[in-house]
Design a protein around this ligand. Structure first.
Ligand SMILES: [Zn+2]
Length: 261
């Protein structure tokens, strides 16, 4: 019997001795890796190349999670109008604080949401779940209302066209007031520090409008699993968009080149 050894990757000169060989769970050449990370900012590329093995270990863990937790939904990537998550539930039924009774989210994220909410409560902070799943039609009305109120240019900085909203996934949550004032509240500060520990990631961070397409939304978090928040923080400069774009572009190849485990 022949044992499969990990793929051999040749690293460019880094902290390791030049030409150091490392293994990973993927049969990828250094050329494959270079091509995969090429669209990413230089700083992110360097971070990945400095610890390729650790990077692919976390990528493997993210691939073990449900793919729909990592679907790229942004200004260029839409969901079909009839995409409806299969397992919508009411967070109110899980003793979470909701601003409206009709807030719904995917059951698949409720364990994480409940744990996060309990941890916040233990710290004396209440997390108010103000908005969750939005259907294509709901988003259509939200967007229209924003355009009517603020004009199209302003609306486009914070409201998605129908089909292009993370809320249609049922894994995105708007907390508290859904206004800029949220960032300075206790809940806003608590989430900024701790959401990642429960797999929730700030989708539209401050200073990255040119990357995400949206201005800073301190209230909008998306569940991307704990493997996802670690991957995002440790290798993608803590920018969800970079990580989701990477997985979107490379998932097929990564799954094909993954060694049996
Ligand atoms: Zn939102």
């Amino acid at each position: 019997m022949i044992l499969l050894v990990g793929a051999v990757l040749l690293l460019p000169s880094t902290a390791h001795a030049s030409g150091a060989r490392i293994s990973s769970g993927f049969a990828l050449s250094s050329r494959d890796v270079t091509a995969m990370i090429q669209p990413l900012p230089k700083s992110v590329q360097e971070r990945i190349l400095a610890d390729t093995e650790g990077f692919f270990q976390l990528v493997a863990r993210a691939l073990d999670e449900r793919p729909d937790f990592f679907l790229l939904v942004d200004k260029a990537h839409a969901l079909p109008p009839d995409y409806v998550p299969p397992d919508l539930v009411s967070p109110a039924d899980y003793s979470l604080s909701v601003s409206r009774r009709d807030v719904t989210l995917r059951k698949a994220i409720m364990d994480a949401a409940v744990q996060m909410s309990r941890a916040a409560t233990a710290d004396g902070v209440t997390l108010l779940f103000s908005s969750g799943y939005r259907s294509y039609e709901d988003q259509q009305s939200v967007y229209r209302r924003e355009v009517e109120t603020y004009g199209q240019a302003a609306a486009d900085r914070e409201s998605a066209h129908p089909g292009y909203s993370q809320h249609q996934l049922g894994t995105a949550v708007d907390f508290g007031s859904i206004t800029d004032a949220f960032a300075a509240t206790r809940a806003g500060k608590w989430l900024a520090l701790h959401a990642e520990e429960y797999g929730f990631s700030l989708s539209y961070p401050d200073g990255f409008e040119s990357v995400t397409g949206y201005r800073h939304e301190s209230w909008h978090y998306r569940y991307i699993t704990r493997a996802g928040t670690r991957l995002q923080k440790e290798y993608f400069g803590d920018i969800q968009q970079y990580m989701l774009e990477f997985l979107h572009a490379n998932r097929k190849m990564l799954e094909e080149k993954r060694r049996s485990h």
